[in-house]
Design a binder for this molecule. Structure first.
Ligand SMILES: NC(=O)N[C@@H](CC(=O)O)C(=O)O
Length: 433
């Protein structure tokens, strides 16, 4: 298949045609190429999400690899890293290979499974990290996300182990003893509402410990969903000392605050919780100055019955793949903190580099795999369930006006979204002709 993306504006502001054939960018198109008119559209490199919950195997009522891949493509993503908290847990070569194969079969995005750090995410003994790394899935990112690897000796061993093949441990930083029963950010609001709080120090103390461990063993550490101003300070300190730490922030922590918990609408219940205005300001600045390296969605689908219940019984998590780019535009582009070229870095090339995913280091250059996201940054939409393509609807943005819209997504030279419409599985899947 060959494509000609005509007249796209690249992140650096230059305007050019993009010729694609056999999955890669080429010098020029032949007459048979399908033309995509990109006049007035911004071309970003295909987005990469380092933190997605696809729920399969085990929680298919919330999401599957297919439905999550469709949600990702609709949001402009061409690759996602699938978190390990499935059932069975992604803690063996067999399970990670299964997830990888499902992604390949559906073809909407590249699915890279994340391996669990500990068996069953139980935090007691290391999972088969080496076997997952050597499997056909070639796992390079390991995480117990949803749980913190809180035993310092296990964390040390995991960091040492992954270093032998260049991998990384992505830590869910939450000291469990400080967050028993926690329902929202700890502070004046949690006192007022009479709900158990989730203190910032529970995140900051684990990050502080882990950067010191990473320094001690010379390992690479990645910090998931950083949510507090204090965490930013710790990471800034660690980077200044040359410690090999990278960090992510979610779109929701860049835009939303704890005040939304007042209405007890559980769409706003998430782990780590929404924080204060001053945390949002610090997170935006940290993304702009490079202290925080990437944006990752933490797309966490849950069925209606897990969300439509009392706040303290509701599951933590929000879907985020289809809204991420718009939320980033609202939070940091339209506010003048980031340029589109920075967005390309924090949502594509750097997450790929952290996860050791090849093909994203020289976007749009001849010979590179053709992953493209065409965006209309001038569009506006009232975000609705029609914008959601996964199985779950627990989005905090329903009814909110969001800027920007994904018009086309091209994964390995093949469209998954065209004219703003997500293509059907038979038009996209690996068993197509
Ligand atoms: N981020 C969330 O709020 N939820 C995550 C796991 C977790 O981090 O608690 C999930 O898997 O649902």
């Amino acid at each position: 298949m060959s494509l000609l993306v005509r007249g796209a504006t690249l992140p650096d502001g230059s305007r050019r045609d993009l010729s694609i054939a056999d999955g890669r960018f080429v010098e020029s198109s032949d007459a048979s190429a399908t033309v995509i008119d990109a006049d007035g559209l911004l071309a970003l490199p295909g987005l990469v999400d380092l933190h997605t919950h696809l729920r399969e195997p085990g929680f298919e009522q919330s999401e599957t690899v297919l439905t999550g891949s469709r949600a990702a493509a609709a949001g402009g993503y061409t690759a996602v890293f699938a978190m390990a908290n499935t059932s069975p847990v992604q803690d063996t070569a067999g399970v990670v290979e299964q997830v990888q194969s499902l992604g390949e079969r559906h073809g909407y995005v590249t699915v890279r499974p994340i391996g669990a750090v500990t068996v069953g995410l139980a935090g007691e003994r290391l999972a088969e990290i080496g076997a997952m790394a050597q499997s056909r899935a070639r796992v390079r990112v390991f995480s117990d996300d949803g749980h913190c690897v809180h035993d310092p000796l296990l964390m040390r061993r995991a960091l040492e182990y992954v270093t032998t093949f260049g991998g990384v441990v992505a830590q869910h930083a939450q000291e469990p003893r400080l967050t028993i029963g926690a329902q929202l950010n700890e502070g004046a609001l949690s006192s007022e509402l009479g709900l158990a709080g989730w203190p910032a120090v529970a995140e900051e103390s684990i990050i502080a410990r882990d950067v010191l461990l990473a320094q001690h063993v010379g390992a690479r550490l990645h910090v998931c969903h950083v949510s507090t101003a204090g965490s930013v300070e710790v990471i800034r300190w660690a980077k200044a000392r040359g410690i090999r730490v990278t960090a992510e922030v979610t779109p929701h922590h860049l835009l939303l605050t704890e005040e939304l918990a007042r209405g007890y609408d559980s769409r706003f219940k998430v782990n780590p919780p929404l924080r204060r205005d001053e945390d949002v300001v610090a997170l935006r600045e940290a993304l702009a100055d490079g202290t925080i390296d990437i944006v990752a969605t933490d797309h966490a689908p849950h069925p209606v019955e897990a969300k439509e219940c009392a706040w303290d019984e509701a599951a933590n998590g929000m879907v985020g793949l289809e809204s991420a780019l718009s939320v980033v535009q609202a939070a940091v582009v339209d506010t003048g903190l980031l340029e589109w070229s920075d967005v390309a870095r924090v949502m594509s090339s750097t997450p790929a580099a952290i996860g050791l995913l090849a093909g994203y280091d020289s976007p749009f250059s001849v010979g590179s795999p053709a992953h493209v996201t065409l965006v209309d940054p001038t569009a506006h939409r009232s975000f609705s369930t029609a914008d959601l393509h996964g199985k779950s609807v627990n989005s905090p943005y329903l009814g909110r006006d969001l800027p920007g819209r994904v018009i086309a997504t091209v994964h390995e030279g093949r469209p998954t979204v065209l004219d703003g419409v997500l293509l059907a599985p038979e038009q996209v899947g690996a068993d197509r002709v």
